[in-house]
Design a protein around this ligand. Structure first.
Ligand SMILES: Nc1ncnc2c1ncn2[C@@H]1O[C@H](COP(=O)(O)OP(=O)(O)O)[C@@H](O)[C@H]1O
Ligand SMILES: [Mg+2]
Length: 499
């Protein structure tokens, strides 16, 4: 009306305009009610427009996530327990989906899957909210895994190498050292500019406390975040824990950083998800797990990748851990995870009992893509050594029957025994790549052939001491390595007292 004039309408006039334009309409405000509650799950009526995975706020300040939608009612998993939820309590939609407040301030912190601090510290600062459920990076944004991620473990870095952006499963019975391997890998990232996330799902508080203490002792907490949902936490939180860890990893990966995420462990996660699904009355499938457990784990692990340069070149390496019963890798959850990941490290009960630690079964462990990222020198030397080892394992079976062997076989077996000693490694003692090359060259050159198995530990210690002040590196010529190792072994045999 006043479009051609430049005078602004007086307040009264403006009110009149507003009244003229006003159209009365319905403003819908949905309110639901809790019908029943128990075991970490609430059944709710009302809220016809609620969406799957949406966060609901309950009257007492509790929070729940929609996990089951039917026409009559909603099944929601409780995430935060307020004053105590009762039947009849009011429920409101939040219109939001699960997300984690993330920032660099999370380094060195222990948080729950919703981002609340568990270490008694202040609320960590937040740069942004990172969604817990997100699509995995598209194929066009991905690159081949091409840079090594060193775990510091002899067997892994030489024969089952892991590349940045790889998903490598650690599988084995309880108590065989799965968590120890993952923890070693985290500790070994000190000074390597890799941010680590250690997700603990459904573990005892004492284990959580020990893990934090170990990380602190080895100066690894400064570049690590722990995402913890203990055994006593709400099942909904335990279910979200790996997704929270993954979301934080994604935040850093998108900034072009290298990230290592450990999921300890996904068997417990699968069991929690089974428990929730049964409570939500979903039909059980194989081993009573819900039919979508495969897709839940695939969605999680597909988000770990190596981004290409156009997308910042960040990487997220995932080390999921899974438990077997009596070494049965054909069980439902282990086979699922083996098929989703890029390889597995298999820990064996018999090896562990026989004193071979880390108890990695080299014959049954594989890394399908890590070889491309391995340093060519280590790759070459390790190839020879692995053949020797597998051959030795076959031959050793014969010696158990007390069969007489030819002298050449005897020599091979002796060499194998020395190799087995070389491969043993204590936990919390990760070793640098140059060290790996050193012992590989010594073994392949036959420099340690005449050593007694008992003398191997002394050789390894001497090698470690040598590398502390020597200029030998992965790029030094092989001849230099051989000369230095020869000298080292000669000095050692001179120093040893005569028998
Ligand atoms: N390389 C190793 N050398 C000696 N002992 C080890 C080694 N790795 C693990 N262990 C021991 O094995 C036990 C179980 O280890 P842990 O990592 O907790 O197993 P898991 O996570 O598979 O249950 C621990 O007592 C640990 O000290
Ligand atoms: Mg463990």
């Amino acid at each position: 009306m006043h479009s051609e004039t430049d005078h602004t309408p007086a307040p009264l006039e403006r009110q009149a305009q507003w009244l003229q334009a006003y159209r009365p309409g319905l403003r819908v405000h949905e309110q639901g009610r809790v019908v029943s509650v128990g075991d970490g799950v609430a059944w709710i009526s009302g809220l016809p427009a609620a969406a799957m995975d949406e966060i609901l706020t309950l009257g007492d300040g509790s929070q729940a996530m929609v996990c089951d939608l039917t026409e009559e009612r909603i099944g929601a998993v409780i995430l935060r327990d307020g004053q105590g939820i009762t039947a009849g309590a009011a429920v409101q939609r939040s219109g939001r989906f699960m997300s984690l407040p993330v920032s660099d301030a999370l380094l060195g912190r222990v948080i729950d899957p919703l981002g609340a601090p568990l270490d008694g510290g202040a609320e960590p600062a937040r740069t942004r909210w990172q969604p817990l459920e997100a699509g995995s990076p598209p194929i066009m944004a991905r690159d081949f895994v091409h840079r090594p991620l060193y775990t510091g473990i002899k067997i892994i870095d030489t024969m089952i190498p892991i590349g940045k952006g790889q998903r490598q499963l650690i599988v084995g019975d309880e108590g065989l050292g799965r968590s120890s391997l993952a923890l070693d890998a985290v500790i070994n990232q000190r000074g390597r500019d890799v941010y680590c996330i250690y997700v603990m799902i459904g573990q005892k508080r004492s284990t959580v406390v020990n893990t934090i203490a170990t990380l602190r002792e080895f100066d690894a907490l400064q570049y690590t975040t722990l995402v913890v949902a203990e055994a006593s936490s709400l099942p909904g939180l335990q279910h979200l824990a790996p997704f929270a860890g993954c979301a934080l990893g994604e935040f850093w990966m998108r900034q072009g950083r290298d990230v290592l995420v450990v999921y300890d462990d996904l068997s417990t996660h699968a069991k929690t998800y089974r428990e929730l699904s049964l409570l939500l009355r979903r039909p059980p499938g194989r081993e009573a797990y819900p039919g979508d457990i495969f897709s839940v784990h695939a969605r999680l692990l597909e988000r770990a990748t190596c981004l290409n340069a156009a997308h910042g070149g960040g990487t997220m390496t995932a080390l999921p851990i899974v438990e077997t019963q009596l070494g049965e890798i054909a069980a439902y959850i282990p086979t699922n995870l083996i098929s989703i990941t890029d390889g597995q490290i298999y820990l064996d009960q018999e090896l562990f009992a026989g004193g071979f630690r880390p108890a990695i079964d080299i014959g049954r462990s594989v890394s399908r893509i890590g070889g491309q990222a391995q340093h060519p020198r280590i790759k070459e030397e390790a190839g020879h050594m692995k053949l020797d080892y597998l051959q030795f394992q076959e031959l050793e079976v014969f010696t158990r029957f007390g069969a007489r062997l030819e002298a050449s076989m005897e020599a091979l077996i002796n060499r194998g025994r020395i190799l087995r000693e070389l491969l043993k490694q204590d936990r919390l003692a990760p070793l640098p790549p140059a060290f790996q090359l050193g012992w590989l060259v010594a073994f392949n050159e036959g420099l340690v052939n005449s050593a007694e198995p008992g003398a191997v530990a002394a050789f390894l210690a001497a090698l470690q001491a040598l590398l502390e002040h020597s200029a030998l590196s992965l790029d030094s010529p092989r001849a230099d390595w051989v000369a230095a190792l020869r000298e080292l072994l000669e000095n050692a045999s001179e120093a040893a007292p005569p028998p």
